[in-house]
Write a protein that binds this ligand. Structure first.
Ligand SMILES: Cc1cc2nc3c(=O)[nH]c(=O)nc-3n(C[C@H](O)[C@H](O)[C@H](O)COP(=O)(O)O)c2cc1C
Length: 212
């Protein structure tokens, strides 16, 4: 099981695509979306939080039908959830996108929400913690927090494009970052061709270019 958190930085689509792809890969997902993230989802994706399983509802609206049984959702204030304890053997915690507020809390062990507690648990248990920070420009405080987390064992994966995959659309760019996260988790995907695949086939470009 992988814990996927979405916080209130710009780009919640990154977390949404990650959850979709984890479910496509047959990976159970425990998802936590912060209150601020729901506001940004409303603004950027035009979706209003509703119902007992709002993320599943959002995925359904986006056309995802299979794999939803593998998705569990937890309230970001629910510190009684399994994710709050190291005794729950989750494989990894991914926060995508990760706000500078959550990054700061994670860097300082300030576990006041289920998301920051899950980050804390991942670090103390030596499990994989992947943070996808979204802010620009970055202050010295942001950079120091990232360095601190990296030294503590987290992987900092900013949503920075690689242009060698020749992205054509915003979706391509989101899928590139999603694919980079999946690579870190050791989960196979076809979101973009590796450089090796591109050079071996003599072709370049994103998977959609190949399909066209
Ligand atoms: C539309 C919108 C976009 C935002 N984008 C960012 C961002 O890219 N990075 C960031 O660190 N904070 C951003 N914020 C501010 C966070 O939402 C805010 O700091 C919030 O307290 C984060 O809480 P959370 O980490 O619990 O989700 C944004 C806020 C709004 C309303």
């Amino acid at each position: 099981m992988i814990a996927a958190a979405i916080t209130g930085a710009s780009g919640p689509i990154l977390g949404v695509r990650l959850v979709e792809e984890l479910l496509n890969a047959g990976e159970p997902v425990s998802a936590v979306v912060s209150e601020a993230a729901w506001s940004v989802i409303g603004h950027e994706l035009g979706y209003k939080k509703a119902g007992a399983a709002p993320l599943a509802a959002l995925l359904s609206k986006r056309g995802k039908t299979s794999g939803l049984k593998l998705l569990k959702e937890f309230d970001s204030h629910d510190l009684f959830s399994p994710l709050a304890s190291g005794s729950t053997l989750f494989k990894a915690v991914v926060v995508a996108p990760c706000s500078m507020k959550t990054l700061s809390a994670a860097a300082n062990g300030y576990a006041d929400s289920l998301i920051t507690r899950a980050c804390d648990v991942a670090l103390k248990e030596g499990r994989k913690l992947v943070l996808v920070p979204r802010e620009t420009p970055l202050s010295a405080i942001h950079l120091e927090n990232m360095l601190k987390l990296s030294r503590a064992g987290a992987v900092i994966l900013p949503p920075v494009m690689g242009f060698y995959s020749r992205p054509e659309t915003l979706e391509d760019m989101v899928d590139f970052v999603t694919g980079k996260i999946l690579n870190l988790l050791g989960i196979k995907h076809a979101l973009f061709k590796s450089w090796e695949e591109q050079t071996a086939s003599g072709a370049t470009g994103h998977k959609r270019r190949k399909a066209a």
